[in-house]
Design a protein around this ligand. Structure first.
Ligand code: PLP
Ligand code: COI
Length: 341
């Protein structure tokens, strides 16, 4: 497969139009067969549910070229399952999970020339999404929906790749205790835009959101879960019913325990104890693991001993093992890697 002529090493996390995307429509109570199309435009009613009441959800996953030339995808079944949870919570029809995985495979195959070469530092990001396409004017779920998957080659989510970032404790809330924080609803991201623009204007890379009810516990950032490393080398991750159950974080918990022999704790993390951790990172499909060097909290800067120059040593081990599994250098647990071709 001849690759596209792209400067792989220097692409950022942005959108680039690729050759094919998958589209399926839900009408009269059922999904059609769906198809790959070259058409990147979406035409819907001016009164479509997604435009009026934001009835939409999405997923994000990556395809990788391995050292031996295969193209693989990381745990797409978990994205399919999470999208089913998102759809149910938003009163949308579930796109069947087996068809979701098949559509991922079809989109990657049809765009194989866009899968960045092994070792380039870039990957192919897939964006499955679903939205209400038929008109609604009273507040209710729409009757018709569209499910699509496009893909785009991407580089690092944060400028500087693996360089530690500085984040701030946000005064805005991301998710209500019984709201939609645990699903991947587009509306969660719309309401985070003002907070992220404000953080960027102030010179911070991301926001740390606290729990909305008490503002004493760590939740997550706008697009990634937290990982913390204690001074005695344990992995600690915040537990909350209003954070997105990150597939990367759940995978890292297994990597830490089974591959690195670490102790793992998934529990409520109080903001007051953050200053005592040795290392901190953000984890997610887009973020992979981005080290956090410092956290700004209303005039006070929490500085982790790992510093601002490089990833902490334990975070680095987690990063190397996870990306080793994803890129086929390290044997993956059963079912984690879906070989596309
Ligand atoms: N948290 C939020 C709010 C996200 O948007 C994402 C990205 O998908 C994550 C966490 C990380 O999840 P995952 O590891 O499944 O990509
Ligand atoms: C992902 O990691 O796939 C996400 O959806 C995060 C997004 C904010 C880019």
């Amino acid at each position: 497969m001849e690759k596209k002529n792209i400067d792989w090493a220097n692409i950022g996390f942005g959108y680039m139009k690729t050759d094919k995307r998958f589209v399926s429509n839900f009408k009269d109570g059922k999904w059609d067969d769906g198809q790959l199309t070259s058409d990147d435009q979406v035409v819907i009613s001016e009164c479509a549910g997604v435009l009026q009441y934001s009835q939409s959800c999405f997923e994000g996953l990556k395809a990788y070229q391995t050292e031996d030339g295969r193209i693989v995808c990381f745990r797409p079944d978990l994205n399919a399952a999470r999208m089913a949870d998102s759809a149910k919570r938003l009163e949308m029809p579930v796109f069947p999970e087996d068809r979701f995985v098949q559509a991922v495979v079809d989109v990657v195959k049809a765009n194989a020339a866009f899968v960045p070469p092994y070792g380039s530092g870039a990957t192919l990001y897939l964006r499955p999404y679903m939205f209400a396409s038929s008109p609604v004017i009273g507040v209710k779920p729409a009757d018709e929906y569209q499910f699509r998957i496009f893909c785009t080659p991407v580089g690092p989510y944060f400028k500087g790749g693996a360089k530690p970032i500085t984040i701030k404790v946000s005064d805005f809330d991301r998710a209500a205790p019984n709201g939609t924080g645990h699903i991947k609803a587009g509306l969660n991201y719309a309401m985070s835009l003002h907070a992220i623009v404000t953080a960027h204007e102030e010179g911070f890379a991301e926001n740390m959101y606290l729990d909305a009810a008490t503002r004493t516990k760590v939740e997550e950032t706008g697009g990634a879960n937290f990982i913390f490393i204690t001074k005695d080398g344990k992995l600690v991750t915040p537990k909350s019913s209003s954070i997105l159950p990150s597939i990367t974080r759940r995978s890292l918990e297994v990597v830490a325990e089974k591959y690195l022999g670490m102790e793992v704790e998934e529990r409520e993390v109080y903001f007051d104890e953050v200053k005592d951790f040795a290392e901190c990172g953000l984890c997610g499909t887009a973020a992979v693991i981005s080290p956090v060097g410092q956290i700004y909290d209303h005039g006070n800067m929490i500085q982790f001993p790992s510093g601002m120059d490089e990833m902490g040593p334990v975070t680095k081990k987690l990063y190397d093992t996870l990306t080793g599994i994803q890129m086929g250098r390290i044997e993956a647990p059963e079912g984690w890697v879906k070989v596309i071709e």
